[in-house]
Design a protein. Structure first.
Length: 110
């Protein structure tokens, strides 16, 4: 499922539709919410909603609660994100300090 997020409610409707399809056709499937194409001139990329499942009927994810509900605010912010990425960047096998600050240039897009 791919769509440009022109109207905010469409993204929510698409996620609800995907969840319903998962329940009907791919019980135990793993839902993935990602970025799709970003065409020149569009202010934001389109989004892609996917469901992956196994042919043998086994669950793709043991506990679906491990996937965050995007309608829920978990209380995480910039500090938690920075802690997560710096901890991840210190993982074995990763040399140097690959975590660098990033930002969106709001004035550029305005």
């Amino acid at each position: 499922m791919e769509h440009h997020g022109g109207r905010p409610h469409e993204r929510i409707l698409a996620a609800d539709l995907l969840a319903g399809c998962r329940q009907r056709f791919a019980v135990g499937g793993l839902l993935h919410y990602g970025q799709a194409k970003w065409y020149p001139g569009e202010p934001l990329p389109r989004w892609a909603l996917s469901c992956f499942w196994r042919r043998d009927g086994e669950a793709g994810l043991a506990d679906p609660k491990l996937i965050a509900d995007e309608a829920t605010h978990y209380g995480y912010g910039k500090a938690e994100a920075e802690h997560f990425i710096t901890t991840l960047a210190r993982s074995p096998g990763i040399a140097g300090d690959p975590a660098i600050p990033a930002y969106e240039d709001v004035w550029h897009y305005l």
